[in-house]
Design a protein. Structure first.
Length: 131
């Protein structure tokens, strides 16, 4: 898929996701006790996955690798986004997706305290990779 096609698909996906989010918001406002039992299917929806990927890819943290050593740029170059998202969809629908441990870094703070920064893998921020 070329860049123009991906941009077109992303714009279409964003409109679809926004439409569904708007409907859910309205339904929740109309009936505060309403239960949304079928949200799992939205997680595996190709439009939601593409929008999630775009958000992960354009986040400044996309340049930081998790425990697997992979960045968003690596995923684009070596694995192809379409294949990455297709495999993610398969894993999510099969309920076989398992997040990896986070990479943890201690950041020194004043007074000899530390704050831990936890870095998820790219697959866990917005998707899954084939195992």
């Amino acid at each position: 898929m070329n860049t123009d096609e991906l941009a077109f698909e992303l714009a279409r996906a964003e409109r679809r996701v926004l439409g569904i989010q708007t409907k859910l918001h309205c339904w929740a406002g109309d009936d505060p006790h309403r239960r949304f039992d079928d949200l799992f299917n939205l997680v595996a929806d190709p439009a939601f996955l593409l929008v999630a990927w775009d958000r992960v890819r354009n986040n400044t943290g996309a340049r930081t690798a998790g425990v697997d050593g992979e960045t968003a740029r690596y995923t684009e170059a070596e694995r192809r986004v379409e294949e990455f998202l297709a495999q993610l969809r398969v894993d999510v629908k099969a309920r076989s997706f398992q997040p990896l441990p986070v990479r943890q870094r201690a950041i020194p703070k004043a007074g000899s305290k530390v704050r831990y920064l936890r870095i998820a893998t790219i697959q866990d921020r917005g998707g899954s990779k084939p195992r």
